[in-house]
Design a protein around this ligand. Structure first.
Ligand SMILES: *[C@@H]1O[C@H](CO)[C@@H](O)[C@H](O)[C@H]1NC(C)=O
Length: 269
């Protein structure tokens, strides 16, 4: 009885200590590493088309692995990128301001549409790069959702010249981690990434392991070949563009499950 009370008390203070430590470390890690804030790029020229209809249902399940874009928080403000911009998936999650310029189809006042990259617009080499093969390298091209396109131009134009720039991704709340895989393989889709919006490298740490470097799988997913079930999981993420690093401690509890999405309290700035 006494020893059980003792061990329970010990456990209690141990957990309290862990909590205090993780909270403190999270706060320190977030503040001290948040300096290199993402800045908008200069405006550049490109072209834009759209795919799918006004429901944007065609844009779901794209090459970034975000699945249903309404559930994952991206909505209809999304775009597919030509492979020149897509960078084998490293551009997944990046954000752009786009305005139509130099066509009669452009709306007056040159309004801006803001989009997040969620998909790849693949090349089609059976079409000329200047006649239908709009996404063929080295073209920089945005194939937007129809609702996003309709904010800047008359959709009947089909294709319009645009000016675009990378902008910081404004996200509410922390980075989200969606788990797939099996007992020996953890595949994590990283979503709702602020700042540069992109991930360059990523590590996972179980409460019984050290930091394990994850490798890029596809789109916005990263993997670790490790057995991590039954351990609370922490993540360390570095932005592809800014090299800013954030620490997301104890994102997933001991009883985390595949198929679920966990949200951290931190995000990029
Ligand atoms: C490429 O373009 C051709 C000609 O229009 C079309 O038949 C084909 O489906 C396209 N391929 C892809 C992968 O979109």
């Amino acid at each position: 009885m006494a020893s059980s009370f003792y061990s329970q008390t010990l456990t209690f203070f141990f957990i309290l200590g862990m909590l205090a430590t993780s909270v403190r470390v999270t706060a320190v890690g977030y503040k001290s590493l948040a300096k290199p804030i993402f800045r908008p790029s200069p405006w550049s020229q490109a072209h834009a088309t759209f795919y799918g209809d006004e429901s944007a249902s065609e844009t779901m399940g794209g090459a970034c692995g975000y699945g249903n874009l309404f559930n994952s928080g991206y909505g209809t403000g999304t775009t597919a990128l030509s492979s020149t911009l897509f960078k084998h998936g490293y551009a997944c999650g990046t954000c752009y301001q786009i305005r139509c310029m130099g066509s009669k189809a452009c709306f007056r006042g040159f309004p801006i549409t803001t989009v997040t990259a969620t998909n790849l617009c693949p090349p089609n080499w059976s079409k000329d790069s200047n006649n239908g093969g709009w996404c063929n390298p080295p073209r920089t091209h945005f194939d937007m959702s129809k609702p996003a396109f309709m904010k800047i131009a008359n959709w009947k134009a089909g294709i319009v010249p645009v000016m675009f720039r990378r902008v910081p991704c404004m996200k509410k709340g922390g980075v989200r981690f969606s788990f797939q895989g099996n007992g020996y393989w953890l595949l994590v889709y990283v979503m709702n990434v602020g700042g540069g919006g992109d991930i360059g490298s990523m590590w996972v740490k179980g409460c019984k392991t050290g930091w394990i470097r994850m490798s890029h799988n596809w789109g916005a997913s990263y993997q670790a070949f490790a057995t991590l079930s039954g351990q609370s999981l922490s993540f360390k993420l570095t932005s592809y563009t800014t090299r800013q690093t954030i620490l997301a401690f104890n994102v997933a509890p001991l009883n985390w499950r595949f198929g679920l999405t966990y949200q951290s309290s931190v995000n990029f700035s």
